[in-house]
Design a binder for this molecule. Structure first.
Ligand SMILES: *[C@@H]1O[C@H](CO)[C@@H](O)[C@H](O)[C@H]1NC(C)=O
Ligand SMILES: *[C@@H]1O[C@H](CO)[C@@H](O)[C@H](O)[C@H]1NC(C)=O
Ligand SMILES: *[C@@H]1O[C@H](CO)[C@@H](O)[C@H](O)[C@H]1NC(C)=O
Ligand SMILES: *[C@@H]1O[C@H](CO)[C@@H](O)[C@H](O)[C@H]1NC(C)=O
Ligand SMILES: *[C@@H]1O[C@H](CO)[C@@H](O)[C@H](O)[C@H]1NC(C)=O
Length: 386
């Protein structure tokens, strides 16, 4: 029944159709062919004349070539097309495709163009960025020196003003659960999207509750002059460290190489590619590091200790307050934000920087609640220098 109705709808009257499709007499068909050819020739001549009159003979030839002989079009790709950062961060690549593309790296070390290395600030969030106004102030005036990437829940619809550095910086995201491999996937996704911009050199993982502790120039120079990437990594002999190791991880991971560290890392371009291209350790961690083994505390620190221990500082550059005890670090809200607290966070510690003692240890701090925004904006210029 259905197909009959369809046929009638499309062809209307089948008898009529067959009459139209009946072959015409030969001379008529020849004439038709000739007329079409004539029309094409006239159109072609008019187009050529027009182009010659307006743009000269050479471009007329080019027009002819590119319009009528597309296969012979001259390719004229300049370097700019290979090194241009993607303007739109949305794409339809799967993780597999994205990671493959992001793992490209040049074998010639000197860039044949003036490369200005940038910081990639990568925000791993659920959605909103309540402290964005503070970051916008910190970033203001340094557009050429940074890029921003935001991974949020796929259901989240960002509504960010055009004036903000966060506008249009959302990357294709998937659900990520803390303590599960999906959180490392999200981090790899951030790294891979940031790697697509050849000028990104330092990749920093941040959350929506992070704040910068120094002005942009101090931050930039600290990273630029560092011999090491800032990945937290230590050998914890207790139950929450080596206690989470499983013999199944050998021989890829020996218990002596098992490390623990903060999730909030900073890596250079080379290490970012190491992370994105890894499948060897990924499989081991995915299979054998399940809660109460938390992948986000062990995977990257362990892997980088095995592959690149001589270039990581073994400490994070993101400060956090564990002094109150418990499973979660302290969160600072409106009432907590005083000049004293901020000075305390910024000063008062000594750490190793390029194998020498330094009083600048953390460039960022967490965790700051949305309610801390106003007092932070008030104190930032005097205490934090931006
Ligand atoms: C190729 O492009 C460059 C710059 O865009 C231009 O200077 C050059 O003339 C072009 N070459 C050809 C053969 O079209
Ligand atoms: C986006 O934000 C602006 C200003 O904050 C607000 O006026 C507007 O209604 C919002 N749009 C949506 C779709 O939420
Ligand atoms: C950034 O802070 C440093 C140290 O406080 C200061 O010397 C420098 O002038 C500041 N730079 C800018 C651009 O404000
Ligand atoms: C781990 O390394 C130590 C020393 O480096 C070695 O003695 C031990 O056999 C290794 N264990 C495994 C399981 O490979
Ligand atoms: C980090 O720790 C590794 C051992 O896990 C060590 O080889 C390396 O020298 C340390 N890095 C620094 C900067 O001290």
């Amino acid at each position: 029944m259905q197909s009959k109705v369809l046929l009638l709808e499309e062809g209307k009257d089948p008898a009529h159709m067959s009459r139209i499709n009946q072959p015409k007499p030969l001379p008529l068909r020849l004439l038709q062919l000739f007329m079409s050819f004539l029309v094409l020739c006239v159109a072609f001549s008019v187009l050529s004349l027009y182009t010659i009159r307006h743009f000269g003979i050479e471009s007329a030839v080019t027009t002819v070539k590119s319009n009528f002989l597309p296969c012979l079009r001259e390719s004229n790709i300049s370097l700019g097309q290979w090194i241009k950062a993607p303007g739109d961060l949305m794409h339809s690549m799967t993780d597999e495709e994205l990671f493959w593309r992001a793992s490209f790296s040049p074998r010639i070390k000197n860039y044949p163009f003036e490369r200005v290395p940038k910081i990639a600030f990568m925000f791993l969030t659920k959605g909103p960025l309540p402290l964005a106004p503070l970051w916008d102030r910190f970033l203001s005036g340094h557009q050429r020196l940074f890029s921003i990437y935001v991974h949020s829940l796929p259901s989240f619809k960002a509504n960010i003003s055009r004036a903000s550095a966060f506008h249009g910086r959302q990357i294709p995201s998937q659900v990520a659960e803390w303590g599960r491999m999906s959180i490392c996937d999200a981090e790899k996704r951030l790294l891979a999207n940031a790697l697509l911009d050849v000028n990104n050199e330092w990749f920093i993982l941040l959350s929506e509750s992070c704040i910068p502790l120094y002005n942009f120039s101090v931050t930039y120079n600290y990273l630029k002059k560092s011999k090491y990437s800032f990945v937290g990594s230590f050998d914890d002999l207790g139950p929450y460290g080596r206690g989470r190791y499983r013999d199944d991880m050998a021989p890829e991971v020996n218990i002596t190489e098992w490390r623990k560290g903060s999730q909030w890392f900073e890596v250079n371009r080379k290490l970012a590619i190491n992370i994105v291209q890894d499948t060897k350790f990924y499989e081991k961690f995915e299979e054998f590091c399940r809660p109460p083994c938390y992948v986000d505390e062990h995977y990257f620190p362990t892997m980088l200790t095995i592959e690149a221990s001589h270039v990581i500082a073994n400490r994070s550059i993101t400060w956090v307050d564990w002094s109150r005890g418990g499973a979660h670090p302290a969160t600072f809200g409106r009432q907590d934000i005083t000049e004293e607290l901020l000075r305390d966070v910024v000063d008062g510690r000594i750490c190793s920087y390029n194998d020498k003692a330094s009083s600048i240890c953390s460039l960022f701090a967490r965790k700051f609640a949305p309610s801390s925004l106003q007092p932070l904006l008030r104190l930032a210029s005097e205490v934090l220098g931006y």
